[in-house]
Design a protein around this ligand. Structure first.
Ligand SMILES: [Zn+2]
Length: 172
């Protein structure tokens, strides 16, 4: 839906002249459907994509997020490290094979679990922030485009007035 540059009346999408004053409409603005749709939901974050349907699914998601939050800290990594070290003397006494098994299966698995979650949390927060900034950038670009639309509409109004004035002078 556009507006008439002369009287400001609403002009239908397929009309070529204003229904009120008969002025020729040189441009009809067709907004992209995304513009009205984007107002319904802010940018998605990782948390929004968790299952929300049933009570059980909600509880499972809640529990998983809580456990990930608790395990995914450097303090938990230190705790797991200390826990793994308890069995180190026994592994050393056992010889090469038990020692390698201790390093690979006990120490690395326990400690790396927490460290990887910490790294992923940092990555996730960074991409959430990037997504939000991109959304804000798009909003700024959209605002600028709307300003251009308003500017052009103002120019259409002046041009229409000028053309009318020139026609009036020529006919008089
Ligand atoms: Zn009009």
């Amino acid at each position: 839906m556009s507006t008439c540059p002369k009287c400001g009346a609403k002009v239908a999408a397929d009309a070529h002249t204003c229904p009120e004053c008969g002025t020729k409409v040189i441009f009809r603005h067709v907004p992209h459907p995304r513009i009205s749709k984007r107002k319904e939901h802010p940018p998605f974050k990782a948390r929004d994509l968790l299952p929300h349907e049933g009570a059980i699914q909600r509880f499972n998601a809640f529990l998983a997020v809580r456990i990930t939050g608790a395990v995914g800290t450097m303090w938990c990594a230190y705790l797991f490290g200390v826990l793994a070290l308890i069995s180190l003397p026994e592994a050393i006494r056992g010889g090469t094979a038990p020692l390698i098994a201790w390093i690979a299966q006990t120490f690395l698995q326990l400690v790396l679990l927490s460290i990887i979650i910490v790294g992923q949390k940092v990555d996730g927060a960074a991409s959430d922030k990037r997504a939000l900034e991109t959304y804000d950038d798009a909003e700024a670009v959209l605002h600028e485009a709307m300003q251009i639309q308003a500017h052009l509409a103002a120019q259409d109004k002046v041009l229409t007035e000028l053309i009318d004035e020139m026609r009036a002078r020529r006919s008089s």
